[in-house]
Design a protein around this ligand. Structure first.
Ligand code: M6R
Length: 613
């Protein structure tokens, strides 16, 4: 993953880099570094202090030269090479003059390195990225200016990159390039910026542009000039930026996750606002797939990763039930390499909070190549997924910073269910009065979530009592199953405890062997249609000594006799219940993590946006 940032032309370059890196930590926090250049001198600082890397870098930069107006910065999520200072970016060429930062993976780096070593280059890291510094060094020595050296060096590179390069012999220039990994450029009078993500610089610049694959950009204080790999001038795509400083800050909460959990009612309301016209039809953001085309859809394939995959699983139940369409949900990293079948009438929906998850983007690209119409669901306006899809539905959840996704999940389920209603309306599979009822229920879910949030004290009490537990099984049926998967994911990523999600009916086919005293089973029992069935499953785990935490609807008294702990939620339409039921599970994971002293915003080994395969 990794976050990258660059500035040229500002007298506050170092401050902008350091603040931007702090904002980019959600992309990786194994190490951090900056390079500043002025005529004839490249100054570099790097730290590898885990989640404290940027703070350590701020201290290291107390020694930085002052008045430097050109610099690049990097926060790393290690792929090749351990998270140590030697592998932290920026990497330098042999002369120490050229510095490079890179996000992505250079797949043929071993072959390139062998050639460079044979030609006498010295390597000081074990990263894949360092080869780029030495290749550019050779091309500069051959007389190319920096932009051409970078451009020519990329001809031999396989893999993914967004990168930025500075050279002390061209001190008022940064050259950046992109293939697959995200890269944006931004301008303001007198200074030009680059970053892997908008949050790093959204309040610095006035105009923002997306860099496309195989484009190389030269940034100077007066603006930028972009070319393709042949050296022909190209235009960058202007981007819309809709962040504000308030959403980028913790706003009085202890951490971003607490803030983002609390923001869920607002995320839902914003996502569902103004989605229906007076005649009852639905409106979407950038829907370049016509109603006529949607009527011809015969099959839906949802591709996504992690939490977004769980939201997609919920959507399967809604689209199948309401629109009577066959739906497959695919883990995006598996879909692309499986030679997928795309028949006429296949609609592919890519679901991604960031809109930059490489597995999901590549899955959608593959589907498009094979002729599918692609709808992207994402939370970041003009993210790569949004730009590459035929249509975009935005979850208007606001900036999500915490690595553990919360408000994006509920907004994704809401917007996908909205799409399910739209498909049902177009296909005539539901009466309009029923569509009205479902839509009204969907808009009311935000209030139910607010009710759950007001009950957080009870969740903290239960988490406190279960703090010594090491094994958790999460169970659910129907949409309670993806809710269980998501609840388990939250617990494991935040606490590092063992947690597995299962379809409750599947337990007796193997996992029941693991149930014994000391194990905690967390069960979603809010669906009245499946209540008896899941209670039977709970009786089976109780009989084998497990303790039970139940997520149960208000008024369900039967559950009190079976569960050891009950966390109450307002009764909701069963297909919409995941939006409500997930909230106590998020709160539970959060409380457990805090109790165990974990860093909830930055769990170990993870990153917010996963831009490597
Ligand atoms: O940005 P995306 O929604 O595409 O991200 C997908 C996953 O990486 C993400 O949901 C991940 O699983 C979260 N850390 C889960 O909390």
């Amino acid at each position: 993953m990794c976050g990258i940032i660059g500035v040229v032309g500002s007298t506050s370059t170092l401050d902008i880099l350091l603040e931007g890196l702090a904002r980019l930590e959600y992309r990786g926090y194994d190490s951090a570094g900056v390079a500043l250049v002025r005529q004839g001198e490249t100054w570099r600082a790097r730290t590898a202090n885990g989640t404290e890397s940027v703070q350590a870098l701020v201290r290291a930069c107390a020694q930085a030269p002052t008045g430097v107006t050109t610099g690049i910065g990097h926060t790393r999520w290690a792929t090749h090479g351990a998270p140590e200072v030697m592998n932290a970016h920026p990497h330098l060429d042999c002369s120490g003059r050229i510095a490079i930062i890179h996000n992505g993976i250079i797949e043929n780096h071993l072959a390139l390195k062998e050639d460079l070593l044979a030609r006498g280059h010295t390597f000081t890291s074990v990263t894949d990225s360092e080869v780029l510094a030495h290749q550019i060094e050779e091309l500069r020595a051959a007389g190319n200016d920096l932009i051409n050296a970078v451009r020519l060096s990329l001809a031999s590179v396989r893999g993914a990159f967004s990168l930025a390069v500075v050279d002390a012999l061209e001190p008022n220039t940064i050259v950046a390039a992109r293939r697959v990994s995200p890269l944006i450029v931004a301008t303001t009078p007198g200074a030009t910026y680059l970053a892997s993500d908008i949050p790093a610089i959204f309040d610095r610049a006035t105009s923002f542009y997306g860099v496309d694959d195989d484009q190389v950009v030269q940034l100077t204080p007066d603006g930028f000039h972009a070319v393709d790999l042949e050296g022909t001038s190209v235009q960058l795509t202007p981007l819309t930026v809709n962040f504000d400083l308030e959403t980028a800050q913790k706003d009085g909460h202890d951490d971003f996750m607490a803030k983002e959990i609390a923001e869920q009612p607002q995320a839902l309301r914003a996502t569902l606002m103004d989605r229906r016209r007076g005649d009852g039809s639905f409106t979407f953001d950038e829907m370049h797939v016509s109603d006529e085309e949607l009527k011809e859809v015969r099959r839906v394939v949802l591709v996504a990763a992690g939490t977004s995959y769980h939201a997609a699983l919920v959507a399967k139940y809604a689209i199948e039930k309401w629109a009577r369409l066959s739906v497959d949900v695919e883990i995006s990293s598996e879909y692309r390499y499986r030679d997928p079948v795309i028949e006429i009438g296949t609609l592919v929906i890519g679901v991604s909070q960031s809109g930059e998850t490489i597995d999901t983007i590549q899955a959608c690209r593959e589907a498009k190549l094979r002729g599918a119409r692609v709808i992207g669901i994402c939370n970041i306006v003009d993210a790569s997924l949004a730009r590459e899809s035929d249509a975009v539905l935005y979850t208007r959840a606001g900036l999500e910073v915490s690595v553990a996704s919360t408000k994006a999940f509920v907004a994704q389920v809401a917007v996908l269910e909205l799409l399910a209603l739209h498909l049902a309306q177009l296909r005539g599979t539901m009466d309009s009065a029923v569509i009205d009822d479902r839509f009204t229920e969907l808009t009311e879910v935000a209030d139910h979530v607010a009710t759950v949030l007001s009950r957080s004290e009870r969740v903290s009490l239960v988490a406190n009592e279960l703090r010594d537990t090491r094994d958790f099984f999460y169970l659910g049926r129907n949409v309670g199953f993806p809710t269980a998967l998501e609840g388990a994911l939250k617990l494991k990523e935040l606490t590092y405890l063992h947690a597995e999600g299962y379809a409750a009916g599947e337990l007796k086919h193997g996992p029941l062997a693991l149930i014994e005293p000391g194990v905690v089973v967390v069960a979603v029992v809010t669906d009245p249609n499946l209540h008896e069935k899941i209670l039977s499953n709970l009786a089976e785990v109780k009989a084998r000594g497990a303790s039970v935490v139940a997520i149960a609807a208000d008024g369900d008294e039967i559950i009190d006799a079976i569960a050891d702990y009950v966390l109450r939620v307002p009764a909701t339409n069963p297909l919409m219940a995941p939006i409500v039921d997930i909230v106590p599970l998020q709160q539970f994971a959060y409380a457990m993590a805090r109790g165990l002293g974990r860093n909830v915003d930055r769990p170990r080994n993870l990153a917010k946006t996963v831009t490597v395969e």
